[in-house]
Design a protein around this ligand. Sequence first.
Ligand SMILES: Nc1ncnc2c1ncn2[C@@H]1O[C@H](COP(=O)(O)OP(=O)(O)OP(=O)(O)O)[C@@H](O)[C@H]1O
Length: 321
Amino acid sequence: MTEFVLVADIGGTHARFALVGADGEAINPVVLRCADYEGPAPAIKAYLADQAGGAAPRRGAFAVASVIDGDRIELTNCPWRFSIETTRQALGLERLEVINDFTAVALSVRHLKPGHLVAVGGGAARPGSPVAVLGPGTGLGVSALVPSASGEWIALDTEGGHVTMAAATEREARILERLRGQFDHVSAERVLSGQGLVNLYQAIAALSGHQAVFSTPDVISKRGLDGSCPISREAMETFFAMLGTVAGNLALSLGAKGGVFVAGGILPRMADAFRLSSFRTRFEAHGRFQPYLAGIPTWLIVHPLPAFVGLAELVRDRESA
Ligand SMILES: Nc1ncnc2c1ncn2[C@@H]1O[C@H](COP(=O)(O)OP(=O)(O)OP(=O)(O)O)[C@@H](O)[C@H]1O
């Protein structure tokens, strides 16, 4: 009988659950709103009973949008707080592994198929070179895959979404200056996330002497992409360009000649606009290192659940160790 592993991708807004079999395919996937449950154990119990036919998996692997340091997990952008050990016991699991959500996305990238990726410029990936991963969702996740001397790939646990956001133009400097009046530290996540898009829109509205009338990222992206609101349009253009700055910085810091993968819940909803945006020009616009970056390929991950692919890989790896 196939032994299924319980996998979970727990973000700031949504928690996604599925069962993964020996072939690595996720079955019975569901998306639940974190706010509807007190924590992962009650949400998973409901999932197993209602959507997974009463399955009783013995192993679990979770990808969580949080720093992973010991037993206690505190999500950065949602009120869930839990102990790994208590959750393991509550779910009757023999083994439960918890990794950062973007570490899981990094583990997925070597296993994604061409249909799961949209190419956004650059040359060919250099085999055996580091790979960078970043993605705006409720927060801004960042990770990387680096080769070890023995040829294994190591996915890094990072908090790279909280690096200081730098301006590349005078207008961006004014936008960031405005946001500095609002936040102690204007990190990349303060502009490159769902709330980050709202922050950009509000700052641009204030600088342009307009009233900010929209307050949710989906409305701002819709009005920006259909061109019906100039403030929203500038917010979207700034979002794509600033993501290019951060992705280029990351590629330089890592020597990511294996490519840069962009993930997260926002951009797959607007893949064409992203591909045609200033993201790629800005990615390369790093002065003397433009030719270096011009050779590095960038892709948008459009697979709906890349973290599950990474978790399946983690489980397979542990079993073969
Ligand atoms: N059409 C849209 N345009 C822009 N932003 C959107 C759109 N739809 C949803 N969002 C924003 O995307 C974010 C949700 O992203 P995602 O689905 O990756 O959530 P998550 O996995 O819970 O997040 P994370 O893992 O980053 O904590 C929310 O901030 C939401 O407001």
